[in-house]
Structure formats: C-alpha cells, structure tokens
Design a protein around this ligand. Structure first.
Ligand code: AMP
Length: 113
C-alpha cells in the first residue's frame, strides 16, 4: 500500500523506534504513548484491520498475538499488560493498517471504553 503510514514505517520510509522485526511482524513505539510502555505490533502484509486480517489469514492473526506476548515479556511487563486493537470508526481506528497496541509499565485504568 503506497500511501499507508504503517507500510511506510515498515519499509523504513518514515522513521520509527523499532522494538521487534521478523519475516511477518514489525513492532515499534507509539509516537504518542498512552502508558510508560506503548508498542504497536503490525503485520508486514497490509490488512486494514483485525477483521480483515483474521478472515484472510487467521494463522497470522494468531502469530501477532503470540509476538505481542513475547514483546511484552521482553519489555519487562511482568506485572501485566493490555492489548487493544481498534477496528473501524466506532472504535476510533485512525490508521487503517491492522495494529495491536501493547500498553503497560504502570497500573492501567480499569475503564476501557
Ligand atoms: P489507532 O487509533 O488505534 O488507529 O492507533 C494509531 C496509533 O498510531 C496512535 O496511537 C498513534 O499515536 C500512532 N501513530 C501515528 N503515527 C505514528 C508514527 N509515525 N509513529 C508511531 N506511532 C504513530
């Protein structure tokens, strides 16, 4: 996707603070962190949201969850962490490239919506 922000980050055309990369997955720090640790985990292949990714490639969707848990551990989030994926306008998804937010590093609010 030529004009997708996260595709450009994956290709290195826009700078990011990378925390993890493999063949299928890229992870980088959110530019506007909502917690002491705020990492975005994205598939390298462009899917607009988790609904599209899970329908087209459920193994990849599962792999992303596995990588989220591994990254949370490597970030030292031993006391817990939260995963969020905003899917569509009612969830205020602002970047249409599937991504999972990892939030942690402090006691998070119990309000999620
Ligand atoms: P969402 O609202 O769920 O679509 O999340 C998009 C996230 O991307 C937001 O938390 C933004 O702060 C983050 N973001 C936007 N641009 C960048 C960027 N250039 N580098 C890192 N994170 C970004």
């Amino acid at each position: 996707m030529d004009n997708c922000l996260f595709c450009k980050i994956i290709r290195g055309e826009i700078p990011s603070t990378k925390v993890y990369e493999d063949e299928n997955v890229f992870a980088f720090r959110d530019i506007n962190p909502q917690a002491p640790v705020h990492v975005l985990v994205v598939p390298k292949k462009h899917y607009k949201n988790v609904s599209e990714c899970a329908a087209a490639d459920p193994a990849l969707a599962g792999e992303i969850l596995k990588k989220c848990a591994q990254i949370a551990q490597s970030e030292g989030l031993l006391g817990g962490f939260r995963l969020i994926t905003n899917n569509g306008p009612d969830a205020c998804q602002s970047v249409e490239h599937m991504h999972v937010h990892i939030l942690g590093g402090a006691k998070l609010t119990d309000k999620m919506g």
